[in-house]
Design a protein around this ligand. Sequence first.
Ligand code: ATP
Ligand code: MG
Length: 478
Amino acid sequence: MNARSLKFQLLVWYAGLLTACFLVLGAAAYFALRSYLSSDLKHTQLRRARQIAQLVTEQKQDAARISAEIENRYAPGQNDRFVRIAHEAGQIVYTSSNPASGSFAPSNLPTAAWPKREEGTRRIELPNGHRLLVTSHILEAAGGKKYLIETGALMDDLEQDLHQWLTFLLGGLPVVVVMAVGGGYLLVNRALRPVDEIVASAERIGSQNLEERLPLPHTGDELERLSVALNRMLERLDQAFQYSRRFVADASHELRTPLTVLRGELEGFAEDERLTAELRERVGSALEEVERLVNIVEGLFAISRLDAGEAQAEWVKFDLGKLATATADQMSLLAEDKEIKVSCAAPPGVMVEGDRARMKQVIVNLLDNAIKYTPAGGAVGMTVGARENKAVLEVADNGIGIPRDALPRVFDRFYRVNKARSRAEGGAGLGLSIVKSICTAHHGNVEGSSAPGRGSVFRVELPLVTNHASKNNGKHFA
Ligand SMILES: Nc1ncnc2c1ncn2[C@@H]1O[C@H](COP(=O)(O)OP(=O)(O)OP(=O)(O)O)[C@@H](O)[C@H]1O
Ligand SMILES: [Mg+2]
């Protein structure tokens, strides 16, 4: 996945934020749990210290009775607890026995300095790694005597609980990351699916189907607004396109009649015996220019009608191989004048559907170019064949070729690589545009390749019609 793509960025942000939330919440829960557990332990121990203080008062400060009562009620040794009662003068009144677990020795625990406050807490780190939470309570007994009552418990349970929580957190982290990435991937894919659909539709729309529109997701969100805006833009483009097509169609149509009249008039003059030979020659050269004009206008008219899908035509099934052979025969006369050999390998039976006359025009234009742009003595070869579900027609020559940078433009209207040369040979630069328009109207396509100085190949591909299923998938010409 491209690291700069929107999908990737969204996914990273989503997974990152979710993981960060999990970590922050987990850490907060860890600290809250720690504070809760230690305050709970502290309060239990303080409560115990207060109970023992009461016991000291009840037993009238008699050391033996106090010890017996504490052992009896709390059995600190057996419960891993610590209890110590010290007199203000430093004398120890009671120390609990060694705990059953043996994790600490109460008699070895350091005595605290007499605390300033009535109640307090401290932690003792034991050499064996255990920790003890010790609370202290000062009792002012009858007779003004003061006792320091210390109660303590190991922090092992608390630490074990915290450790379990931490293990759970760290163990859960990879699961959360995997879920965040997986869930994020699904969510992002789902959210961006309409974008893919818009892109796919936008890719399909070209000058031939500008009337098509992008799908509207109907979500009321930014994507719907984007589709609506793009559709409006397509609408405007479509109108502009139609306007320019209509203009070319109307202009060429309007020019046809006066040009035909002009040509007729000039032909009359050229044959008029009353004019001097010099005048008739000048009329003749004017006639040549008018012929050129007529060709251009006819070419433009044909293209504009083809592009608008309005050409008058019959849509029939015909044999492309036979058509190619017949056309090559006719054209070879033209080639003979230039001493160019035209060969044609076109087996019959390659069936296509469409307008035969227009398809013939494709072949004529391609052969005309191949002959025109190949020096005397060269060779032109045409092949027709069926490949998969396509009929393929290729016209190859060993002529002057087309420069690499000009190749993509040869199908543009009026484009000629060498304007002077092409004009001298009567070319207007419309032949390949007409070829392309006809191929497009037949749901096919044409492309050219060339090695400058060594020759060119033009290849036409059309939908093949099999004998079993005649596929009439076409836009019929009106
Ligand atoms: N087989 C070819 N070999 C070399 N150049 C070619 C070949 N076919 C086309 N070209 C180049 O592409 C240009 C455009 O071809 P196109 O057939 O559209 O126009 P044209 O031949 O100049 O004029 P028109 O076909 O209108 O008489 C040509 O002027 C020529 O420079
Ligand atoms: Mg041409």
